[in-house]
Design a protein around this ligand. Structure first.
Ligand SMILES: Nc1ncnc2c1ncn2[C@@H]1O[C@H](COP(=O)(O)OP(=O)(O)OP(=O)(O)O)[C@@H](O)[C@H]1O
Ligand SMILES: [Mg+2]
Length: 367
């Protein structure tokens, strides 16, 4: 895997996908001789190569961004080339945001047209607002308008991302309906219609686990293709995802973990998978599942914390003691119920694995 930190501008904490992978995108652009849909920077074939990774004929290595089903990625890309929007659905931490960002970067060359959905998202965030000082001084005009990211995407034929669509109140979500079906946005104040350029489309994400979210309105549901992103199929796949991300995040924080020391990844991922599925890997012992989701994203953060602890307070090698507190914090979200689940797992599963002795002791020491 190439070192992404070298491509990252040193003066920002996190570069956008199109900045971080600018070299890959440029190489794909040169190598790509397949037809590109209107306004697309790359052909669907090159976009899938960018997302799933591989090698170009000239030998340039393309790092895999999303690890999982090729078919799902192809369906997502094909959808964006039609007149239907794409909804990435899944439990927390299944790379919905991550995949959306990379798709926008590869297809439109920019992943920064984003609406972050919250309970407080208003229609202006999906349509347009006004610069009130100008509006009062000069009356309504294009110059007094503040276009939303959706409107800017329509005008430039780009992709816009709508994050956490189902957190947006249902009546505000409905502002997207006419935009998606008519591909135009009316501005009654100016007696104008903003018509979308070819290439415009929407990538929405939604989480099907969190409480307190709104339903996706059925009218909207009919205008999107839904792709459900699953949790990683196998232990090996999840270990690969976590290892890759922890190395990259470590490098960008100037804490390059030595890959040997990442053997702890395997254990953390196994603990997560066993607790999530309610049964041990050898299928012999059933365990209770905690209330927490225990997503891949959380495994990544437990290990990133471990890398920081080991780098600053240890010898750089991530050991059981460096991940124990993170594990406990990830599993025990409900102080009563989850603590019982964790204790039981510790005493019935972790204690019996002889080669996990260090982890057992480190967890016990935390109390
Ligand atoms: N299949 C996967 N391939 C590559 N990376 C993955 C995969 N699954 C999870 N990740 C990693 O997990 C991290 C979290 O992903 P992301 O924030 O996109 O999740 P999400 O589905 O948007 O979660 P939420 O519902 O909480 O918003 C990312 O760093 C991503 O790299
Ligand atoms: Mg997300």
């Amino acid at each position: 895997m190439s070192d992404p930190s070298t491509a990252t501008s040193p003066d920002v904490l996190r570069a956008h996908a199109e900045q971080q992978y600018a070299a890959e995108l440029a190489a794909l652009d040169v190598a790509d001789d397949r037809p590109r849909p209107p306004s697309w920077r790359l052909s669907p074939w090159a976009v899938s190569l960018y997302v799933l990774g591989g090698q170009l004929p000239d030998g340039t290595a393309i790092e895999p961004k999303y690890i999982g089903s090729r078919r799902l990625v192809e369906i997502a890309i094909a959808t964006l080339a039609t007149d239907r929007a794409l909804l990435l659905l899944g439990v927390p931490g299944t790379a919905k945001t991550w995949l959306g960002e990379h798709l926008a970067a590869a297809i439109s060359g920019s992943s920064t047209l984003v609406v972050q959905g919250t309970a407080g998202t208003a229609e202006e965030a999906l349509r347009y607002g006004w610069n009130y000082a100008r509006l009062l001084a000069d009356g309504p005009s294009r110059a007094a308008m503040v276009p939303s990211p959706v409107m800017r995407a329509m005008e430039t034929g780009a992709l816009v991302r709508v994050e956490e669509l189902t957190r947006i109140p249902a009546d505000v979500q409905d502002a997207l309906i006419s935009i998606l079906s008519e591909k135009s946005l009316s501005v009654p104040e100016l007696d104008e219609q903003v018509q979308a350029k070819p290439g415009f489309n929407v990538i929405a994400t939604a989480n099907n686990r969190d409480k307190g979210v709104n339903e996706l309105s059925s009218a909207l549901r009919r205008r999107v293709n839904t792709v459900v992103l699953p949790l990683p199929d196998t232990l090996e796949e999840e270990v690969e995802i976590v290892r890759g991300r922890v190395s990259a995040i470590g490098a960008s924080l100037s804490l390059p973990p030595d890959l040997e020391s990442l053997s702890e990844v395997q254990r953390v991922v196994q603990v997560f998978r066993e607790l999530r599925s309610g049964v041990t890997t050898d299928r012999r012992t059933t365990v209770k599942s905690p209330t927490a989701t225990l997503s891949t994203a959380e495994a990544i953060s437990v290990l990133t914390n471990g890398v920081a602890l080991a780098a600053h307070f240890g010898d750089g090698t991530v050991r059981a003691a460096d991940v124990a507190a993170g594990l406990l914090g990830a599993v025990v979200k409900d102080p009563v119920q989850d603590r019982i689940v964790w204790q039981e797992y510790l005493e019935t599963v972790v204690r019996d694995r002889r080669e996990w002795n260090d982890l057992y002791r480190a967890c016990r020491e935390l109390g």
